[in-house]
Design a protein around this ligand. Structure first.
Ligand code: B12
Ligand code: SF4
Length: 580
């Protein structure tokens, strides 16, 4: 048993999407095929790192425990027992992505069950959007609203640690007093710059060493034989919020203005972004994903970041996003500054009309010109993301998108990698379509937080989808996704993007998913009694679990890196010196 003195003031817990997914018969489908996580979305918000960094710097000890990753890695990991044994000053649980609607609340309930007197704090986008409903739950004591929780969290933790009960002055906080009355403090803290916070991994690693729990810090389970510590891919943040208004995005300018009170994006100074990247390259040679298009705040910003990287020696693959086609000279500048650069763009559809409807006004010709220029400049890989479930998108249109993917692979070869994914399981609350669905031909099927919590327990992702469109029902979205993936998989084999074994493996999983979807539908139609239905679904669970690491092959979302490339001594030295 740990001594109380060694406990942190705050334990940040990340829950699996569904608790306990190991016991429920759910076919999650391809909902997480585009991210390194499994379908229980075990990746914690990158903001955990800046909370750890900022609070530790100000005297509050914080530990991260990624319960979801531990549970996904081991059938024996007992999350309840871990919670029961600990006694921090407070538990913080992210309810950032709505896909955690079930898991985060169940974890909150476990915290309250074993420690009724320890405060439970929720935060993140979904907790912010649904704060009115959530604060009325007995397992929730506090909600810190907004996309920047560091300063309010510090004030709240100080109030908790000092037992001052002075909560009314803490900006953005929603809380209950001893009588259970709800208080909503002004939503007044929305920082315009990000230079005070750093998504630095070192303080979090230092904390994991202090509490002897490196496994609890893993951002994700890993796939095949790749645990995160073997392949420590990291992220560097350039902004909070976004200047764009993609109509399906819960992080768009309009969405964040609506529920996070953010009127304009905040950017980190470009010099600091460059030094964030360089700091990471000192302790690992794994890829670094730069979040947010460097061109978003303007070309000067992008060039300042790149100048900061120029002439520095590192071989990590760096992945840059393009929110829209870039000027041609940008690619030469990237090549000049970064040895291994990669790009990602999300045209979403081949159809320019659909693309314009979702708020992206650029042409296929511009995309192709960018690809050509990037590859000529030495871009290692150019990923393209396409989506199923868009306004005006029909089944035929999705298949035409896949045809275009084929043409691009044929023309540009193996360095252009297309992906097609369903917009799933939920259209983001707060996004433009969610708030005005009729205008875009959408129907939103769930509205309350409780609807979402329950939806996550549906036996297949079809029944969890929170929307359908004038052009596609939920059945069609699911069916069309599988057929589009089958076709793209075949095209990838044809153009030499994947080997035969990978092609076969993905095809088999997709066909299994199609078969299981039909079986689930039949069981639901034929079985009136819920308990009987559950028993019958349980018989299919071993097959559902075969797709736990993704329906489609995840190796394609990996960039090259030497194995076991963490420089442990450098990290330890940085941890001792308290690197920011
Ligand atoms: C970068 C990003 C990603 C990265 C994730 C990096 C990471 N580990 O966080 C990648 C590409 C992997 C990703 C994946 C997904 N994403 Co995403 N992502 C974004 C994006 C573009 C930026 C987010 C960001 O930079 N945040 C800034 C950092 C610093 O803040 P933060 O991590 O949010 O944390 C702060 C606050 O949220 C809060 N906070 C967070 N947790 C907690 C906990 C407590 C206790 C407290 C007090 C506060 C708190 O405080 C933090 C620090 O101030 C946004 C869109 C946007 N423009 O915002 C979408 C967005 C957040 N993602 C979204 C979605 C849906 C997903 C996926 C579910 C998609 C999918 N089906 O695969 C997955 C989930 C992955 C997982 N958990 O395994 C939606 C969320 C909508 C919703 N309400 O659910 C958004 C809004 C838009 C979108 N559709 O992409 N995403
Ligand atoms: S999807 Fe569009 S609105 Fe959302 S973060 Fe990306 S560019 Fe911004």
């Amino acid at each position: 048993m740990r001594s109380l003195l060694s406990e942190p003031h705050l334990i940040l817990l990340h829950a699996p999407a569904v608790y306990d997914f190991r016991k429920y018969p759910i076919m999650f489908g391809p909902i997480a095929d585009g991210v390194p996580s499994t379908p229980v979305f075990e990746m914690y918000p990158i903001g955990f790192l800046s909370i750890v960094e900022y609070l530790s710097r100000n005297g509050i000890k914080v530990q991260i425990i990624n319960l979801a990753a531990r549970m996904a890695s081991s059938a024996d990991f007992d999350a309840e027992e871990v919670i029961r044994k600990r006694k921090p000053g407070a538990f913080g649980i992210d309810l950032h992505w709505l896909v955690h609607a079930h898991g985060s609340l169940e974890i909150a309930k476990l915290c309250k069950k074993h420690h009724p007197d320890i405060p439970v704090i929720l935060g993140g986008f979904s907790a912010t959007y649904f704060h009115e409903e959530l604060i009325r739950r007995p397992e929730v004591d506090f909600i810190v609203r907004g996309d920047s929780a560091e300063k309010p969290m510090l004030m709240l933790m100080n109030a908790i640690v000092n037992r001052s009960h002075s909560y009314s002055e803490i900006p953005n906080l929603v809380w209950k007093d001893e009588k259970g009355d709800v208080h909503k403090n002004p939503f007044s803290y929305v920082p315009a710059t990000l230079n005070d916070f750093s998504n630095n991994y070192i303080p979090a690693i230092k904390s994991a060493l202090r509490y002897r729990d490196l496994k609890g810090l893993s951002p994700w389970k890993g796939w095949s034989s790749h645990e995160w510590w073997d392949y420590p891919m990291t992220t560097v943040l350039t902004c909070r919020g976004c200047s764009y208004n993609c109509v399906f995005c819960g992080g768009s300018r309009a969405a964040l203005a609506l529920y996070c009170n953010r009127k304009a994006p905040a950017f980190r100074d470009p010099e600091l972004v460059a030094s964030d990247i360089l700091r990471i390259t000192r302790f690992t040679r794994a890829p670094v994903f730069v979040i947010g298009d460097l061109l978003q705040p303007g070309i000067e910003y992008a060039y300042t970041v790149l100048d900061g990287l120029k002439s520095k020696r590192f071989s990590n693959h760096i992945i840059f996003e393009l929110f829209k086609p870039a000027p041609e000279e940008y690619f030469a500048r990237l090549a000049d500054s970064v040895e291994n650069f990669n790009l990602e763009m999300s045209p979403d559809s081949h159809d320019e009309h659909i693309r314009a409807l979702i708020g992206k006004r650029y042409t296929n010709r511009e995309i192709e010109a960018n690809i050509e220029c990037a590859l000529d400049s030495g871009c290692y890989r150019f990923d393209l993301f396409f989506m199923v479930g868009l306004p005006a998108q029909t089944v035929e249109s999705v298949m035409d998108t896949v045809d275009w993917c084929g043409q691009l692979m044929e023309r540009f070869g193996r360095r252009v990698v297309p992906f097609i994914l369903p917009y799933s399981p939920f259209l983001d609350p707060g996004c433009i379509i969610y708030e005005q669905p009729e205008k875009f031909g959408f129907k939103i099927l769930f509205r309350s937080f409780e609807d979402y919590r329950k939806a996550l327990l549906a036996p297949s992702w079809k029944y969890a989808l929170n929307y359908e469109t004038e052009w596609m029902t939920r059945d069609e979205i699911v069916d069309c996704t599988y057929h589009a993936c089958l076709k793209l998989n075949r095209l990838k084999k044809e153009y030499g993007h994947i080997d035969y074994a990978t092609y076969r493996h993905t095809e088999e999983r997709l066909k299994l998913a199609i078969r299981l979807t039909a079986m689930i539908d039949e069981l639901i139609a034929d079985t009136g009694d819920e308990n009987v239905l559950n028993e019958r679904l349980m018989l299919l669970k071993p097959e559902f679990d075969e797709m736990f690491t993704g329906v489609q092959d995840k190796e394609q979302v990996r960039w090259p890196a030497p194995k076991r490339n963490l420089r442990v001594l450098t990290i330890l030295k940085a941890a001792m010196l308290g690197s920011r």
